[in-house]
Design a binder for this molecule. Structure first.
Ligand code: PLP
Length: 354
């Protein structure tokens, strides 16, 4: 069945082992992030077997699928107040930035006879989640300290996801300062400073990650083999764990310019095409409903992706040296948005290479 994504578990295992060992050697515990592959059990098991500290996902539906895995589970997205019951049931730790939600987590944890662990998120300027006002952070920590159903185990930050802010040594030093201030003011001891995601990894490689930063939450490096501050490939990893395959359903010589008056396409856009004369145009059976095209890289680098509608992708095959036929399979490497979209799509078959 096509389209399908071929997932090389051996290459994935290499990525996870190589990178997590480097991190563990520097005293950094690793949360293996599962959201990009919807917590698929085959891939998640690789994290468990590699001895990561925890698996982490933004969706409680995904974490719930991992109920039978004996490893710590972390909810990455700030919990919805309406999902608190499931958060307590299925996650051991959650990242938080609202005291009103932490109160509900505590109440529910008491109800379920548990103590839920909380990491307080600090917004250092990327402007997604996290406490921004320090006074609010101190007050929330003071109150959380008194709640019987939760235990604050540390602080964390997330950078580069929304504001594209690149993590620096200064950001990390700021986190250490906040931790010290919090401990001094509340008398608590905080075990963890979680210094970010795959964009903070380069600091470690460059020897610029202070030893107090003892946790990172990593997804993209493991699945794509690149860090995300600069997009640099990480030594010893594969960038082709995931390969997308789609089938050619039409192959014809056609003009490069549509014929007739130009209006809106199927998605309300006014496309502009360059006149390149006649070309060999292939259609493959994959579209917007299956995959995000910005995440696709053709393995044949002489073909060009011209465009897409819901169910079709149009390729310019004119410059390729391959003799393509209808029924042939086109292959693509996947970048992060590509992996996210094909793993989420129920129209893309998942096939594992063990
Ligand atoms: C997605 C996410 C991560 C992992 O990010 P990568 O860039 O895939 O390493 C870490 N922390 C939070 C809060 C996230 O939402």
């Amino acid at each position: 069945m096509y389209p399908r994504v071929l997932i090389d578990l051996r290459k994935f295992r290499t990525n996870v082992e190589v990178v997590s060992k480097r991190m563990q050697r520097k005293g950094i515990e690793v949360y293996g992030v599962t959201k990009v592959f919807c917590a698929d059990i085959n891939l998640t098991n690789v994290y468990v077997e590699a001895g990561l500290k925890a698996v982490a996902d933004s969706r409680i539906e995904n974490i719930r699928k991992l109920e039978n895995l004996s490893i710590m589970k972390v909810l990455l997205r700030i919990p919805m107040q309406t999902e608190v019951e499931d958060v307590i049931r299925y996650a051991d730790v959650s990242l938080n930035s609202e005291i009103s939600t932490i109160r509900l987590l505590s109440d529910e944890a008491i109800r379920q006879g548990k103590v839920h662990q909380v990491i307080l998120m600090i917004d250092l300027g990327d402007l997604r989640e996290g406490f921004f006002d320090e006074d609010e952070l101190y007050k929330a920590t003071e109150e959380a300290k008194k709640l019987k159903g939760v235990k604050v185990i540390g602080i964390g930050t997330n950078l580069t996801c929304f504001g594209a802010v690149i993590p620096t040594l200064e950001h990390m030093e700021r986190m250490i300062e906040i931790k010290k201030n919090l401990e001094a003011r509340t008398g608590m001891e905080l075990d963890i400073i979680s210094g970010g995601n795959s964009s903070s990894y380069y600091l470690m490689e460059d020897g610029k990650l202070p030893k107090e930063i003892n946790n990172l939450r990593i997804g993209e490096i493991f699945v794509c083999g690149n860090e995300t501050a600069f997009g640099t490939r990480v030594a010893g990893t594969y960038d082709d764990v995931f390969i997308l395959e789609a089938e050619i359903i039409e192959l014809k010589k056609k003009p490069s310019l549509p014929i007739g008056e130009s209006g809106m396409d199927a998605f309300g856009k006014h496309p502009v095409y360059e006149d390149k004369g006649e070309m060999i145009r292939g259609i493959i059976a994959i579209g917007k409903q299956d995959a995000d095209m910005s995440g696709l890289v053709p393995l044949d680098d002489h073909i060009e992706m011209i465009g897409r509608s819901s169910d079709h992708m149009i390729l310019d095959l004119t410059k390729s040296s391959q003799d393509y036929r209808v029924g042939d399979i086109m292959r693509f490497k996947l970048k992060y948005p590509g992996i996210l979209s094909v793993m989420t799509s129920e129209y893309v078959e998942k096939s594992f290479i063990k």
